[in-house]
Design a protein around this ligand. Structure first.
Ligand SMILES: *Cc1c(COP(=O)(O)O)cnc(C)c1O
Length: 433
């Protein structure tokens, strides 16, 4: 068999359609895909030559855009030294320097770093930390997690168990997963104090009832992403911190999507003045170059879990601390700082707020939400994804709607004009969706 010609687009698409799985797709009735030939700046170049602005930043990750000279250089430099070595019994400058950087930029108290290979794995590790910490505290019966409805934490088994139990993508696995404890979804970011208080009362009741069997709480702070792009008031996060303290639960904040500036602060929890016991980072960590995630925890959690019967944190993936990923993550964090990420995110945020506001009055739209460099338009019906995708492409924008949502999280470096273009693409998608 001759290898496929990389320039033979129809042949690539045919083989792809017959043999290659894409996220959340069927092999018997695959949805259409497009071939990307290259990407630079905030644009993807599709086969055939069309260039479109990436409104998705490759699912929250490509915050600096594509073919970023600083990141390319960091990667090439590291590849010249070593691409990978095992992390068991060995260490290296890229991992140690990245850990130092993460400890220094994260909220005070988070001192210890586990370098995981994806967001889902980071959540698995965080859940394990909570469980092991409780065992170390002499409470082996505390093995369940409290979370809120509407969440998304990844696709592996432990993560699926804390995703939204109904709307989530994983409801069919309900019977085989550990049964976790679900509080109501927090009220909308625009909620009144009374609405926050009524939600809080429910959470407090639930925590009280289950405290004897709870190891921790896990939530996405301020913005629930793939569970529905729901925003909620900072006060709700403070309630969860209080509840965790009251019952000695480990508070895990999953900032895989929100972390590293996306919501307007370096970490979303900072906007609420909340410091977690365990923090998960991922997606944007390498600027979208390679898969890497990090779990940070407090010294108390690290100490307590080390007192559990195994004496160690029971996790150690093959590609833990991959040097290429660490080197490019370090370069990406440096670039966030030198470029001034906060001003970039504020500019994108203003552009999304202005550009999406008119859609509030569009037919079929029930809500428009903007938080930091994230915009979501919620419809009163499921999006016709192929039609909406094509309409956005015709407007020069790459979007990937899901469920009842047309949403965007462009690279931070997207110019004002390109943010306006992205909003135009959203409007076209909403019209045909
Ligand atoms: C994407 C995401 C994950 C899973 O990360 P992967 O790298 O896809 O495994 C976990 N939590 C949140 C909040 C996410 O948005």
């Amino acid at each position: 068999m001759s290898p496929l010609d990389p320039t033979d687009v129809p042949a690539l698409l045919a083989y792809d359609r017959a043999h290659v799985w894409h996220p959340y797709t069927s092999m018997t009735d695959p949805s259409p895909v497009r071939v990307v030939e290259s990407a630079a700046g905030v644009r993807l170049r599709l086969a055939g030559g069309q260039e479109v602005v990436d409104g998705m930043a490759s699912w929250w990750s490509a915050v600096h855009g594509y073919a970023v000279p600083e990141l390319d250089a960091a990667l090439a430099d590291q590849a010249g030294r070593m691409s990978h070595v095992m992390f068991g019994g060995l260490t290296h400058a890229p991992a140690v320097r990245l850990a130092e950087r993460l400890v220094s930029i994260s909220p005070d108290g988070l001192e210890h770093v586990f370098l995981a290979d994806s967001g889902s794995v980071s959540v698995e590790v965080a859940l394990k930390m909570a469980l092991q910490a409780q065992r170390g505290r002499g409470r082996p019966g505390r093995s369940r997690m409290l979370t809120v409805r509407g969440g998304y934490h990844g696709d592996t088994a432990g993560c699926m168990a804390v995703c939204d139990p109904e709307g989530g993508m994983h409801s069919m696995f309900a019977g085989v997963l550990p049964q976790q404890v679900f509080a109501d979804r927090p009220p909308a970011a625009t909620a009144t104090d009374a609405e926050v208080e009524s939600w809080a009362a429910g959470v407090r009741r639930l925590a009280e009832e289950h405290a004897h069997e709870l190891a921790g709480i896990v939530v996405e702070p301020l913005l629930q992403g793939a569970g529905g792009m729901w925003t909620y008031p900072p006060a709700c996060l403070r309630v969860l911190r209080e509840v965790a303290d009251e019952h000695d639960l480990v508070l895990v904040l999953d900032e895989v999507a929100t972390g590293l500036g996306r919501t307007g602060t370096m970490f979303a929890c900072e906007a609420a003045g909340v410091v977690p016991d365990v923090l998960c980072l991922g997606k944007a960590l390498t600027g979208g170059y390679l898969t890497l995630a990090a779990v940070l925890c407090t010294s108390r959690v690290a100490h307590d879990l080390s007192a559990s019967e195994s004496g160690v944190l029971m996790h150690g993936p093959t590609f833990m601390g991959n040097p290429l990923a660490c080197a490019v993550a370090l370069a990406s964090l440096e670039l966030l700082e030198t470029r001034g990420w906060a001003a970039d995110v504020a500019r994108v945020s203003d552009g999304l707020a202005a550009g999406l506001a008119p859609l509030r009055d569009a037919a079929g739209v029930v809500d428009v939400r903007v938080l930091g460099a994230v915009g979501a338009v919620q419809l009163d019906h499921a999006v016709d994804v192929p039609r909406a995708t094509q309409a956005a492409l015709d407007a020069g924008v790459w979007l990937r709607p899901f469920r009842d949502l047309v949403y965007v999280m462009p690279p931070y470096v997207t110019s004002q004009a390109d943010v306006a273009l992205v909003c135009g693409g959203v409007a076209e998608a909403v019209t045909v969706a």
